[in-house]
Design a protein. Structure first.
Ligand code: TRP
Length: 332
């Protein structure tokens, strides 16, 4: 191995990404591949902590895999795999579970929120979710983990678990650090620009999926909520316009000053149309590549099989050492 740092990240198999996931996270993963060694996983084992339809989960997992490739993850540069294909995650999960306290897991805000949302299914997997996430990261001794703010608490717990293992059994796991992207703007709902754009939004006009077609994208931007002024300017209180400017800036590369002068004297109608067109044009190659990959199931299978083999080879070394450290009898 070279001396590049190792990045690990997991993404839930939701099948498609919102423009928010894309601009805020996934788009930045491609360029990281040259500077770091990167390992990315579609975390379908985490997905079943809430009820899933099996056929839909299978499809969404494959779609997410293809989408990551379409968004620029290059399987010749990075390891891209499906979590359930690599048994070391479940194996390390058990050991790490024995290094995690009930009290620590009880304090996780995501657990508290999700158990409120699904009071009829507060299962043990939902409770120990962060342990499996720690296993994902520690099975590779990853240095850096790109995470959004909502996952920071889980990452801190992963560090604490690693530290506890190291105290008990001797220094072994790398303590992973959050990787906060320099760019990666936050995209807000098109219908309520004080709220983050979220796939679970009940209003479909609030959310752009990166697989929406051009007409749909333009229609949603035309309906975007703005304000009663008529000036395209980035200013406090103009949440709707600020959001559209952020989006326009991140797909065109233009800064706010350039955008303000481009639309000086023009109305919001013109601006919304321009944002819609720019986003649709920007996403066009992603959509085309996704369609090509999902139409070629044999190639996709080759990719995820090779990814799983590489991930297993890498993590098995580490997990077998962890087995030895805790006192399990070596098989060979
Ligand atoms: N919990 C993460 C999320 O919901 C997904 C995830 C699972 C993850 N394992 C991971 C992220 C390991 C980073 C590293 O977004």
């Amino acid at each position: 191995m070279d001396d590049k740092k190792l990045i690990f990240s997991g993404i839930q198999p939701t099948g498609t990404f919102t423009l928010g996931n894309y601009i805020g996270a996934v788009r930045n993963w491609g360029p990281l591949q040259d500077e770091y060694n990167c390992i990315y996983s579609v975390v379908n084992m985490h997905a079943i902590t809430v009820r899933q339809d099996p056929a839909a989960l299978r499809k969404n997992t494959l779609d997410s895999y293809a989408l990551l490739m379409a968004c620029g993850i290059d399987i010749n540069k990075s390891i891209l795999f499906i979590q359930s294909h690599v048994k070391t995650h479940a194996e390390l999960n058990w050991i790490l579970g024995c290094c995690t306290q009930f009290g620590e897991l009880s304090r996780m805000t995501q657990f508290k929120e999700k158990s409120q949302r699904h009071p009829d299914d507060i299962n043990a997997g939902l409770f120990t979710y962060p342990v499996l996430m720690a296993a994902d990261i520690l099975a590779y001794n990853a240095d850096l983990v790109p995470v959004g703010i909502d996952q920071k608490q889980h990452l801190e717990l992963a560090r604490n678990i690693a530290q506890r293992f190291n105290q008990r059994y001797g220094d072994f796991f790398t303590l992973p650090e959050p990787y906060i992207a320099e760019v990666g703007a936050k995209v807000m709902s098109l219908q309520d620009p004080t709220k983050k754009m979220s796939k679970s939004d009940e209003n479909p006009n609030a959310v752009i999926s990166i697989l929406d077609d051009k007409d749909t994208i333009i229609r949603k931007f035309k309906r975007a909520v703005t304000d009663s002024e008529a000036e395209v300017a980035y200013r406090e209180g103009k949440d709707g316009i600020n959001n559209l400017m952020t989006i326009y800036s991140s797909v065109t590369g233009k800064d706010f000053a350039a955008i303000e002068s481009e639309f000086a004297g023009k109305g919001y109608g013109d601006f919304k149309l321009a944002v819609g067109e720019a986003v649709a044009d920007h996403l066009e190659p992603v959509r085309t590549e996704f369609a090509r990959l999902s139409g070629d199931k044999a190639y996709l299978k080759e990719c995820y099989t090779a990814g799983a083999e590489k991930a297993l080879r890498y993590s098995q070394r580490i997990v077998l050492k962890a087995y030895h450290k805790v006192g399990f009898v070596d098989l060979k």
